[in-house]
Design a protein around this ligand. Structure first.
Ligand SMILES: C[S@@+](CC[C@H](N)C(=O)[O-])C[C@H]1O[C@@H](n2cnc3c(N)ncnc32)[C@H](O)[C@@H]1O
Length: 284
């Protein structure tokens, strides 16, 4: 706690004593009553200073990890108005959010961050591991621009029937998405066998089954060019990544990969607290 109220109180008490309570020349200057009065005014000044001090606790909280969205969740809808989401994309999102298993949908701010990032990177070749209903894929396809391609992997293509694929086509980006149904490890290995694939991708987004996260990380690193970005989703895993409970294999897999990435000399990294945590790795 700051010493300011105490210092101000002492100062006010001393000033009060000096200005108002000096005794006549030759008499004792401090009597019990004027000392008590000084204490009263000094203490009051200290109390007022303490009560109206600037509250630094919010600032220190945000610097120790608490985000504004965590303390003010309603602000999220305000944020969503500023992510550059098109009305038709918002309509699709709101429709998909009402369907079962909507929890698996990518966060809109994260998807739009990727769209923005791909534009900033000048990315033309991207990979998405785990597509679900294609909401983030839509933003990746927008992000790679004309002539770009997004290789998208999922074990279940039928998820796209809920409107995702139709939205890609309506947006004029459907031809940019190369969807492959099946286990993504196999799909990524097949992609790596394609001539000129290794080291040619600008961006990869890993967001599928956690048990294969390490394999996805390794395969995507091979696909990326130097300077390309790999985004690993769910790096915080609703708080379970840090201390996996016994038998919680998914949390353990994420924890192990986070730990490996943080020491990996092949990448330069930063972890974002967005959505469920995103570990961004730039290939060196
Ligand atoms: C969290 S969802 C993906 C969300 C999507 N990236 C988005 O942002 O909307 C995870 C997806 O991974 C898919 N998946 C799970 N295991 C897989 C595997 N072995 N290979 C490929 N996809 C898999 C699931 O079918 C599911 O659609």
């Amino acid at each position: 706690m700051s010493a300011a109220p105490f210092v101000i109180g002492v100062f006010v008490a001393a000033a009060f004593q000096f200005i108002f309570l000096r005794g006549a020349p030759g008499t004792a200057t401090v009597t019990t009553s004027n000392a008590l009065l000084s204490l009263f005014f000094g203490g009051s000044a200290a109390l007022v200073t303490f009560l109206f001090r600037e509250d630094s606790s919010a600032a220190s909280k945000s610097h120790s990890g608490g985000t504004t969205l965590a303390s003010h969740p309603a602000t999220y809808s305000y944020l969503l108005k500023h992510i550059g989401e098109r009305p038709e994309d918002r309509a699709l999102r709101e429709k998909l959010e009402k369907l079962p298993r909507a929890r698996m949908l990518g966060a809109p701010d994260e998807a739009h961050f990727f769209r923005w990032l791909l534009g900033a990177l000048g990315a033309k070749r991207a990979v998405e591991v785990g597509v679900f209903r294609g909401l983030t894929t839509l933003q990746l396809a927008r992000g790679v621009g004309a002539g770009g391609v997004v290789h998208a992997f999922d074990v279940d293509e039928s998820f796209l029937d809920a409107g995702g694929r139709a939205a890609w086509d309506a947006a004029g980006v459907g031809a940019r998405v190369k969807f492959r149904e099946g286990p993504a490890v196999e799909g990524l290995r097949a992609l790596l066998l394609d001539a000129d694939s290794a080291g040619s991708f600008d961006f990869a987004f890993v967001d599928a089954d956690k048990g294969n996260y390490d394999a996805y990380y390794e395969l995507c690193l091979q696909l990326l060019r130097v300077g390309g970005v790999l985004a690993v989703d769910n790096s915080l895993w609703s708080g379970r990544a840090e201390h996996p409970a016994p038998g919680d294999e998914e949390s353990l897999a994420i924890n192990l990969l986070n730990s490996k990435i943080s020491k990996d000399p092949r990448v330069e990294t930063v972890m974002l607290g967005m959505a469920d945590g995103v570990y961004l790795c730039r290939k060196l």
